[in-house]
Design a protein around this ligand. Sequence first.
Ligand code: SF4
Length: 279
Amino acid sequence: MTIIRADTLGFCPGVRMAVRAAEDAAGGNPGSPVFILGQIVHNPRVSARLAELGARELPSMDGTGAPSGSVVVIRSHGTTPATLENLRASGARVVDATCPKVAANQRAAADYARKGCTVVIAGDHGHGETLGVAAHAPGSVIVSTPAEAALVEARGAVALVAQTTMSEEEYEAIRAVLAARFPELIDRGGICGATRDRRAALARLCVRVDAIVVVGGRNSANTRRLVEYARSLGKPAWHVESADEIPAEVGRYGRVGLTAGASTPDEVIDEAERRLGEL
Ligand code: SF4
């Protein structure tokens, strides 16, 4: 079997920065309990390593209950203003590892809301980043499909902001519906270049291989999107969280492409490559 890696894959800059911030916090605060607000990334291996270093998930996602004097790391997805307020009120020290691109979307959404716009966030319901951006823009609405965009009720101008990991196609489909209904639509965009780069690399990879293996946490939205994208390009694709989940049937293919979501650590990708080599 020939194994070809995507030329861009795995940790994006924002996730790499957040994981490093969490590792530093875990190792650099002896005597203070260190917590992460939620999973630092949607990858069980990373969570386990941080737990070994002494950084655990804070039991609440709203920032309440953090012990005074503890250190709480905000992941790259960011969080809500109310959660930050709760953390500070409880006496915790906050290490804010919100990705600068997510923070820029938060600021833009807040700014539009302040100006009286109806802020629409194109993203996944329940996704931490999207909920955080929405919370910065009171009165905003999250839409994940064109059908939902068709139901948006607007007061004043409408401003559209993207979840950073949305695909361009999904965003464009939502934007088109809103633009038809609200010709003055403010199109802020906000999809991250790292997401685009991984999809473009996957498209290049798909023309060179017979099948694709995508490594990443099962809860990782961007990993799932890579799997869907490979399938939409006509390739059989498997989503695995770790090397031992790669099914033997992958061994039937002569050329197999390997890619990974933005929350997948380098060593997990290396292990998947070694496992493919054994098939
Ligand atoms: S995908 Fe982009 S916006 Fe999201 S954490 Fe990574 S670098 Fe930041």
